[in-house]
Write a protein that binds this ligand. Structure first.
Ligand code: URA
Ligand code: URA
Length: 161
C-alpha cells in the first residue's frame, strides 16, 4: 500500500489518487523500480479531498479523514506500507524525527511494516533524491522477501521522467 497526502486538482476531478504528474512518476516507480503493476498495489491518501490552494492538510483535516484510511488499512491488510512524504509518514508513525531521519528504516503501524520515502512531487523538483527512493524501494522489497526488480533496466535512469 502507498499512502500519500491529499488529492491534487487532477485527482479531485477524477476521484482517483495519484493521476497527475506526481502520480505518473509514482507509476514509474511501481513499474520500473519495483517490477510491479499499479494494479498489484493499493494507492490512497491521508486526506480525501483537495486542501484549498493545494496547501498541506492541517491536523484537523487529517483527523477528520482518519477513519477512512484506518478502514482502508483494515480492509486491504497490506503486507507493507510505503508512506509518501512527511504528512503520511507522521500520520502513521508517531515521531519527532524529520522524514530525512525516518527514511532508511522499517517502522511499524499496528503490526504492518512501514517504509517512509520521498513524496513523488518532491522528486519532480529534486532529481537527486530519486536514488534514495530507489533505496527505499529496495528496502521495501527486501522486507517483503521479494527479489529486486528484474533486469534489464537502469534504476536511476528509468525513474527519470
Ligand atoms: N499528491 C498526493 O499526495 N496524493 C495524490 O493523490 C496526488 C498528489
Ligand atoms: N481505490 C483507491 O483508493 N486506491 C486504489 O489503488 C484502488 C482503488
Amino acid at each position: 500500500m502507498f499512502v500519500g497526502e491529499a488529492p491534487g486538482v487532477d485527482e479531485d476531478r477524477q476521484g482517483v489518487p495519484f493521476v497527475g504528474r506526481a502520480g505518473q512518476l509514482l507509476t514509474r516507480i511501481i513499474e520500473n523500480a519495483m517490477g510491479m503493476a499499479r494494479a498489484d498495489v493499493y494507492i490512497c491518501n491521508v486526506v480525501k479531498c483537495r486542501p484549498p490552494g493545494n496547501r498541506n492538510p492541517d491536523l484537523a483535516e487529517q483527523q477528520a479523514c482518519s477513519h477512512f484510511l484506518e478502514a482502508q488499512v483494515r480492509l486491504v491488510e497490506p503486507a507493507l506500507i510505503l508512506t509518501l512524504g512527511k504528512v503520511a509518514t507522521l500520520f502513521l508513525i508517531d515521531s519527532d524525527l524529520s522524514i530525512t531521519r525516518m527514511r532508511g528504516r522499517v517502522w511499524d503501524y499496528e503490526g504492518i511494516p512501514v517504509v517512509p520515502t520521498w513524496h513523488p512531487a518532491y522528486l519532480l523538483r529534486n532529481e537527486g533524491a530519486k536514488k534514495e527512493t530507489w533505496q527505499d524501494v529496495k528496502l521495501a522489497l527486501r522486507t517483503l522477501g521479494l527479489p529486486d526488480a528484474p533486469p534489464p533496466w537502469k534504476p536511476e535512469s528509468k525513474l527519470v521522467p
